[in-house]
Ligand binder design. Structure first.
Ligand code: MSP
Length: 673
């Protein structure tokens, strides 16, 4: 019977546009799914978008859209991007789809019928950004995960009896395969050992969610809703026979890949929900580290994201896929930089695999009329040929072991070591010199050398396919082997390259990138962040992020330009989104006397703002202070840093700024109208 393989990515929040941090999780899963297909498994690869919850509701409101419109747009962006990146998902689930909503309600019912849900009252702190209840926190306390200020909630809720699962969960973690890597497993074990409290699993103060069955005043807690996608997508809770069959076939998942910040949800809540519903738990949950950019986690709120499109435009999807899996040690954090990307591209792809393919195939064209030569009689063989064959056999084995342990970077290192040995072998055996000689022995030796090189190329290409599906498919065709997707990877071994195969047309697969590639990509990213800034009337009382505090208006300003009588309409004013922000971090900017770098929590996210107020305010006096921020101002770069918003201040004579504030307490994120 065919082995099945079910792999999932987390579903992506639609409050942020996709960036390469998201692409990282998806690429890792895609690579595994592709390898499994070639190994003969009946594979199902799921991804999708997470579209409910207060965070999305607020983000949509801030964008002046309905949550559904907002989710539709961003979900479509994820889907299009995954297509461009060659992601081979078998389904894309959206939590706002009917199939999901109905099946989540089924799951809720099941857990309730099994006696694990009761009604109670929750009073405590909640982090909207992480959609996380923060036990033990007090009003004004920050979220332990993201540092944003928590909000106090007092609600009648449905509770899940998480406390009933402590022992069962610990028993589950005894299996070292359940959570990987080991360090994450240890964290989870100590968290669960310290005691589990029942978990609120409904909200009643907003409506953007799935109604609790039989009590639609409540919506189901967004994490229960979201986690359930892994089973609703493959048919759980459906009355349809085909869907039930699919669920029976694919559940439990073989691999659930996640980033390290959502380990608790996946390794504690998720298996507990499943056990409460009487369902099996996933076989393995694998947590990867973060992609850092400019030394911190790449994220929308930090404003340090790199868009995937930029890299796709300049170097293509395979380059990004290879780079992320080769450069970052899986499980650990890794830094992204355009320099490192281009360097790796040139050394490993243009000069490595690409060069091996083009030199080997070009010589076969030239010396053997484009047909794979026969490695002739034994006398023409040397120990070096056998060494390559043995290295290739070992590479197949080691690559498989490392890859299946999620050590992508080591696996690729091993495959590229084979490429390096073949390069060396070619240099040492000088096929170009043999090609000039016409005697029988030289001809036979040349055939052996080029056959050996081509066979090693075939093996390296086959192994690299899951990581770089596009380029390897091209090399496969150039080798005359047809469709690489038909390759039986489990049978891959030395010596399968059919002799006499007619090569396809030889073309370079990875053209060398010159220095300007880095600049081009950097510029594309900067252009994307910067937006036109229009000079505003000098009378404006807004402190800008500019060192000289020259007042500027928002990007919306042209439309809001004063009418002939110098008045604007209420609609014009409504275009400016003013919000209450809380200063979390304030520091001087080196070599800029007037400039402070601030991190300001505006309820839905933390923004970096550069403000020209350093002469009037010492940074330490600002931390914890509430300010007014223009939240929908187009970001701009100052001193190489992005300023994403503007603080509002009165401008006294001589230009001294005085920050706007409130006499009464106001919640962070409140809009000024
Ligand atoms: N919606 C939740 C997941 C629900 S799953 C039932 C969520 N979404 S997310 O969009 O914030 O993150 C999705 C995935 O992208 C996570 O695995 C996360 O770790 C990954 N990444 C987002 N930014 C990242 C980096 N900068 N680096 C690496 N991965 C990161 O969490």
């Amino acid at each position: 019977m065919t082995r099945k393989f079910y792999i999932t990515t987390p579903i992506y929040y639609v409050n942020a546009r996709p960036h390469i941090g998201h692409a990282y999780t998806t690429i890792a899963c895609d690579t595994i799914a592709r390898r499994q297909r070639l190994l003969g498994a009946d594979t199902f690869f799921l991804t999708g978008t997470d579209e409910h919850g207060q965070k999305i509701e607020r983000a949509a409101q801030a964008a002046g859209k309905t949550p559904q419109q907002y989710a539709d747009e961003i979900s479509a962006e994820f889907r299009q991007l995954w297509k461009r990146m060659g992601i081979s998902n078998d389904d894309f689930i959206r939590t706002t789809e009917d199939r999901h909503k109905k099946r989540v309600q089924e799951l809720f019912r099941k857990i309730r019928d099994n006696g694990y849900i009761y009604k109670g009252t929750y009073t405590g702190q909640y982090c909207v950004s992480d959609e996380l209840y923060v036990d033990g926190a007090h009003p004004g306390d920050p979220c332990p995960t993201c540092g944003r200020i928590t909000e106090t909630v007092h609600e009648e809720n449905y509770f899940f009896k998480l406390s009933a699962f402590q022992d069962k969960l610990l028993a589950l973690y005894a299996n070292p395969e359940f959570i990987r890597p080991e360090a994450r497993r240890n964290e989870v074990i100590s968290f669960v050992r310290s005691g589990l409290r029942d978990q609120s699993i409904s909200r009643s103060t907003f409506i953007w969610g799935i109604p609790v069955p039989d009590d639609p005043k409540h919506v189901i807690y967004v994490w229960l809703d979201a986690l359930a996608n892994y089973i609703t997508a493959i048919g759980y809770g459906s009355s349809h026979a085909g869907a039930q069959e699919a669920f029976k076939k694919f559940w439990p998942a073989d691999v659930q890949m996640i980033g390290k910040e959502i380990v608790r949800f996946h390794c504690v809540y998720w298996p507990a929900f499943l056990m409460a519903a009487g369902l099996p738990v996933p076989k393995t949950i694998v947590a990867h580290g973060w992609l850092l950019f400019e030394e911190s986690k790449m994220s929308k709120s930090r404003g340090n994201i790199v868009r995937t499109e930029t890299i796709l435009d300049v170097l293509g999807a395979d380059a990004l896929r290879y780079f992320l899996l080769r450069e970052v040690v899986f499980g650990q954090d890794g830094s992204f930089s355009f320099d490192a990307l281009v360097q790796r591209y040139n050394s490993d792809l243009a000069n490595g695999l690409g060069n091996l393919a083009s030199r080997t195939l070009t010589m076969i064209n030239r010396y053997f009329k484009g047909e794979v030569p026969y490695p002739s009689h034994a006398a023409s063989k040397t120990a070096a040929d056998d060494a390559i064959a043995n290295a290739a056999r070992n590479t197949i084995r080691e690559f498989g072991t490392l890859f299946d342990q999620f050590q992508f970077s080591r696996a690729l290192e091993v495959a590229w070591a084979l490429i390096a040995s073949v390069d060396k072998y070619i240099v040492e055996n000088e096929p170009w010199a043999l090609g000039e000689k016409k005697d029988e022995d030289s001809r036979s030796r040349l055939a052996t050398v080029l056959y050996t090189a081509a066979e090693a190329l075939r093996i390296a290409t086959a192994l690299a396919y899951p990581v770089m599906p596009d380029a390897t498919a091209k090399i496969w065709v150039q080798l005359g082997l047809g469709d690489i997707k038909k390759l039986a990877l489990d049978e891959l071994t030395w010596g399968q390259l059919p002799l006499g195969t007619k090569l396809g047309e030889v073309q370079p697969v990875f053209p060398r990138a010159d220095k300007s590639a880095v600049e081009r990509m950097q510029k594309m990213e900067e252009d994307q962040r910067a937006a036109p800034v229009v000079e505003a009337p000098a009378a404006t009382a807004v402190t800008t992020g500019q060192p000289n505090a020259t007042p500027t208006s928002t990007a919306a300003a042209p439309a809001a330009a004063p009418a002939a009588n110098d008045k604007i309409s209420i609609d014009d004013f409504a275009k400016i989104e003013l919000r209450v922000g809380l200063v979390k971090v304030a520091e001087r900017v080196p070599k800029a006397d007037k400039l402070l770098r601030l991190e300001i929590d505006i309820g839905t996210e933390v923004r970096q703002v550069l403000a020209g107020i350093a002469e009037a305010y010492a940074p330490e006096t600002l931390v914890g202070r509430k300010v007014v921020i223009v939240a929908n101002l187009a970001p701009r770069k100052l001193r190489g840093m992005e300023s994403n918003g503007m603080i509002v201040a009165a401008s006294l004579e001589g230009g001294k700024p005085v920050l706007a504030g409130f006499l009464e307490d106001v919640p962070v994120g409140a809009r000024l109208k």
